[in-house]
Design a protein. Structure first.
Lengths: 600, 454
């Protein structure tokens, strides 16, 4: 990773000698390249107003945000306007004023980025389990689209030697299965999977028609458990359930809690063992976290669920602490494990340098061990030392630039910290499927009104486990650890939400869509936009540097110290690559060559 | 890679592993993107639409727009009529397309939504249009969905004024923008006025200008689709994908058609050229004949590296059959030829090709999957693999040279901008194939056999 970064950095530095080649430019004066017609059109059009108005920058920022919001909403028919106005905020100064509508139905016909319940269950949480044969029960498409398309990297474990991640299993339902029911075919499929692969676990993910025709996947799973003595779980995660992927996360969390976690007895090897919940190991993110934590003397038992195995998850309840990365997709397990096993959870963020340091120190503080705390400081110093010089170089090229981030349900918060490490400011942030607590913090949970769509998703209740329940700290000790808020305390058993880290005039969008993305880019002109594949090319075509924040454009890892360096490299590359200077043909910016007189 | 795949065969009846097809709706969406200022619309839960847009964007490296009816549990119980009404109203208000092309999904098909009657009852703004196709995901494959959407447009829009327009309708089949440009180039060389439908060139290879266009310049116009009924004749490329659309045009408007394989390689491109010639009644121009000659020249120049080499081909039925014809022209042995699409005509056509060239011991199978192909390769390997990006897993597992062609190609850039069809596409493919084989020879040969001149 190091060698690679250094090599490409040199070329990025060479490439970026012309500042005018940045896609969405800051107010760059005309450079030789620009006058030669090599600058991108955006670079030449997006310049600062010639006469700066006599209002402070922060007020201008707020005004621009409010105006952009209005312009977005103006384009909508009355009913859409009424719905969307509560999902788009130009943030006010005080937190109380910033309440957002979230986790409600997408509007038909509006190009939402959202996926479905199946995508959240199979695509996000269950799919990465490497020793599980995950069978999609349904027509072929859903299985096909979740085959090798998310970068949840995995290596087979020595003890299982099985990795199902590169495979796609489906019942490929046909018309006759829809008419006569698909349970028999599913059972036959399980038999065939057992004959071929002898997996220790099979999980079944349902697609839309399954629920409609009444196939009972849980019953099929039970029969498979009895017949083969394996762990089998059926998920009723039909695409139409809930309002987004979020319902699928919840369903998957319930299944893992009910059937997997707590059934094993592999003891941790150290006194500082953790699970990292909501870490899917995209681009190897989880491996980088594990490497860093191991250096500190902290043992990572499981990533949930990147590079995870069902076998190891069974003993996850024996960890000393749960760390939560993606709060949205996995907070149910964090909460249930707290109730059932007394395991505290700590909201961490390994994206961004300061955020990583804070997360490490919070873990050390939780374990309250002088040796561990000292080791953490040593590791921070060493890791910082290894990246400092290069980070400074990148920061010089990135500082002062602005960004927009549209992601699923947690990265828009996490990446603000990393952009801040680089001197950048996030002015637009949005989520596909977050809930109000992801925006406003968990304190808002008691005030969230449940609607019919969320009531349809089962909530399971767990009780303290008589054998395994153990509390490390009393309620008052926990309060003491948390005391002092963001600055002093640690984010234990709670999450303060994304908006707590944003400022007045920044724009927050829930269930963002194509029109809103387009309008915000035009209105707020961020230098870079981090979003998904469905938006990537329309953003880039508008002249704005565009990177995928779900897949990292096939790069990564982006976590911790080395990951921050990777990200800084990639962002610099995307902002400064030479082709931006070629967008406008030279003949568009130069007077026509002398012509010949007609007839001569 | 794919370490769990055993070589021993098991007769699977229920478990599909590593599919070589996807579902109908993505084909419908792709076809609809080949119509000017059209918004494709997925009538189902929003995940379908998200997946389809994603795979198309990853293949073309371009925006792929589409909207969804965003079904919830309520809509699944009570029917999706109100979702469609709201969706079309919102789409026209916010995105202002000229036409919305609705396709169904397994969800709306299973609950029995009657799109035809829903659409009849819609309030569509003046001058705007809504059409639909039934594309249940549990039948056929994405290939069938493409054909169904093509027919949906035809059923709603085509007419016959009684005044022939002198044009030849070309149904190009599932090809890339680079292919469409090559086909149009050949038609222009042959001086045949053609209407290509659908036509994604311009839409899915939009140039970088610094301005994003929701509807890039491109696509068959609504007027051109209407005029298909006045066509003098039709050429349908892709004997499997386009048989039904071509028949529909003939049945509806008596437009006589020629059904041809995708014009890949010498013989299949010759067939296309001659079909155009029947329309133009002109000599084949010298420059086109010269390009043909260059492809044949290349086949002869490079034959010693391709002759007798065993190749496995997988993907969509028409492109696989056409590539099979090309590799046979190059003297190769198409040992395994599979498609995931369940169409038995595929098997018969592949076997006819084997017989035509006297290729023995070759296996063709429709309704197959990549797991089965991999098992065959494990038992008796091949020298080359040709197909979509998913083949890279097998290529790595078995250390086989690999050439990407077909859909989807998710891990290469620029592939969709250049053709595989026509004589020019043939030259490109033979270069790729011989490069792959010769690179492999260079990698594996002994030091003393490593030669600068080959």
């Amino acid at each position: 990773m190091n060698a690679d970064t250094e090599g490409t950095m040199a070329s990025a530095a060479a490439a970026a000698t012309s500042a005018a080649a940045t896609p969405a430019a800051t107010a760059t004066p005309a450079t030789p390249a620009a006058t030669a017609g090599l600058a991108s059109p955006v670079a030449s059009t997006v310049t600062a107003a010639p006469f700066a108005p006599a209002v402070p920058a922060s007020a201008r920022h707020a005004n621009r945000a409010a105006a952009s919001r209005e312009r977005i909403l103006e384009a909508y028919p009355a009913k859409v306007y009424k719905n969307r106005k509560d999902h788009i905020l130009a943030l006010e100064e005080t937190a109380e004023e910033n309440t957002i509508a979230a986790n409600t139905r997408a509007i038909p016909g509006v190009m939402t980025a959202r996926g479905c319940c199946y995508a959240g269950c199979k695509g996000v949480v269950v799919g990465p389990l490497k020793d599980v044969c995950v069978i999609t029960h349904g027509p072929i498409g859903c299985g096909f689209y979740t085959w090798g398309t998310r970068r949840n990297k995995a290596k087979p474990d020595e003890h299982t030697d099985k990795n199902f991640v590169p495979y796609c299993f489906s019942t490929d339902m046909q018309e006759s299965d829809i008419v006569f029911g698909g349970e028999k075919k599913l059972e036959q499929a399980i038999d065939e999977a057992m004959t071929l692969f002898k997996p220790s676990s099979i999980m079944i993910c349902s697609t839309c028609p399954v629920g409609l025709i009444g196939d009972d996947v849980q019953a099929v799973a039970r029969r498979a458990e009895e017949k083969y003595g394996i762990t089998a779980v059926g998920y009723s995660c039909e695409g139409y359930k809930g309002v987004s992927q979020s319902a699928g996360h919840h369903i998957a969390n319930n299944g893992l809690m009910r059937s997997v976690i707590g059934t094993g007895d592999a003891q941790p090897k150290t006194a500082f063992s953790v699970n990292i919940l909501g870490e899917y190991n995209i681009g190897g993110d989880g491996w980088e976290e594990s490497r860093l934590l191991a250096r500190c003397g902290i043992e990572v038992l499981n990533l949930f669920t990147g590079d995870a195995s069902c076998e190891a998850l069974k003993s996850a309840h024996l960890a000393h602490l749960n760390l939560v990365m993606c709060h949205r997709s996995i907070n149910y397990i964090a909460e249930m494990m707290k109730t059932k096993y007394g395991i505290d959870w700590l909201k961490v963020n390994f994206i961004g340098i300061e955020a990583t340091c804070k997360s490490l120190r919070s873990i050390a503080r939780y374990f309250d061990d002088p040796g561990l705390s000292a080791r953490v400081e040593e590791v921070i110093a060493e890791e910082m030392d290894a990246i400092q010089e290069q980070m400074d170089q990148y920061r010089q090229r990135l500082a002062g630039k602005t960004a927009g981030i549209f992601s699923g349900g947690s990265r828009s918060h996490h990446y603000q910290a990393l952009l801040e490490s680089l001197g950048m400011r996030t002015v637009i942030a949005g989520y596909e499927f977050a809930h109000r607590d992801d925006y406003e913090g968990r304190d808002v949970i008691p005030f969230i009104k449940e609607d019919a769509d969320s009531k349809n998703i089962e909530t399971i209740t767990v009780e303290p486990d008589p054998l395994h329940y153990r509390e490390r700290y009393s309620t008052s000790q926990i309060a003491a650890l948390k005391a002092g808020g963001v600055a002093e305390g640690i984010e234990l058993d709670t999450y303060d939400g994304m908006m707590s880290d944003m400022g007045a005039g920044d724009v927050v969008v829930d269930d963002y869509n194509h029109h809103e993305t387009d309008a915000l880019i035009k209105g707020l002109k961020p230098d870079v936009f981090l979003s998904g594949i469905k938006d990537k090319y329309s953003i880039q075509k508008a002249g704005v540097s565009s990177r995928q924040i779900h897949s990292y454009d096939y790069s990564g890892p982006y976590t911790c110290f080395q990951g921050a360096l990777n990200f800084a490299h990639d962002l610099t590359m995307s902002l400064y690559t030479n082709a931006w200077g070629l967008v406008v043909p030279p003949w568009k910016n130069q007077p026509m060559l002398e012509g010949t007189l007609g007839g001569d | 890679m794919l370490d769990l795949t055993p070589s021993e065969h098991l007769d699977r009846r229920a478990l599909r592993i590593n599919p070589c097809k996807t579902c109908q709706p993505v084909g419908a969406l792709f076809a609809a993107l080949g119509v000017e200022r059209c918004m494709p619309h997925s009538h189902g839960s929003q995940g379908c639409c998200s997946y389809h847009r994603t795979v198309l964007s990853r293949h073309f490296k371009e925006p792929a727009i589409a909207a969804s009816s965003s079904f919830t549990e309520g809509a699944s119980v009570f029917g999706g009529r109100s979702n469609l009404v709201a969706a079309t109203r919102n789409i026209f208000a916010i995105y202002d397309p000229d036409i919305i092309a609705v396709h169904t999904t397994c969800l709306s098909e299973t609950i029995g939504d009657d799109l035809g009657s829903y659409i009849m009852d819609l309030e569509v703004p003046p001058g705007k249009l809504v059409v639909h196709a039934n594309t249940p995901s549990y039948a056929g494959s994405h290939i069938v969905g493409y054909a169904r959407m093509t027919m949906g447009f035809m059923s709603y829009l085509t007419q016959k004024t009684g005044v022939p327009n002198g044009r030849c309708a070309v149904l190009p089949g599932w090809v890339n923008p680079g292919d469409l440009r090559e086909l149009k180039q050949i038609a222009a060389q042959m001086e045949v006025p053609c209407t290509f439908f659908p036509d994604q060139s311009g839409v899915l290879d939009a140039p970088m200008t610094g301005t994003y266009e929701l509807y890039p310049k491109g696509g068959t116009t609504i007027a051109e689709i209407r005029g298909l009924g006045d066509s003098e004749s039709a050429i349908a490329l892709g004997e499997i994908i386009n048989e039904e659309p071509a028949e529909l045009l003939e049945k509806k408007w008596k437009v006589p058609y020629t059904l041809l394989p995708l014009p890949v390689g010498v013989a299949y491109t010759d067939a296309f050229v001659m079909a155009l010639q029947r329309h133009s009644k002109l000599e084949v121009p010298a420059d086109l004949e010269a390009q043909r000659g260059r492809l044949v020249d290349l086949l002869l120049d490079s034959h010693q590296y391709t002759y007798g080499k065993r190749v496995a081909l997988f993907g969509d039925p028409d492109i696989v059959l056409a590539l099979t014809s090309l590799v046979l022209e190059a003297g190769m042995v198409p040992a395994y030829v599979i498609t995931g699409t369940p169409k038995e005509t595929f098997t018969r056509k592949a076997e006819a090709l084997f017989a035509q060239y006297g290729a023995e011991g070759c296996i063709a199978r429709a309704g197959s999957d990549l797991f089965e192909l991999h098992q065959w390769i494990k038992r008796e390997s091949v020298d080359l693999l040709i197909g979509s990006s998913y083949g890279k897993q097998i290529a790595r597992a078995e250390d086989i040279p690999f050439v990407r062609a077909g859909f989807p190609v998710l891990d290469r850039y620029g592939h969709s901008l250049l053709p595989v069809v026509g004589y020019t596409g043939g030259i490109r493919l033979i270069e790729k194939i011989s490069n792959a084989l010769m690179d492999r020879f260079d990698r594996d040969c002994a030091e003393e056999d490593f030669e600068v001149v080959m």
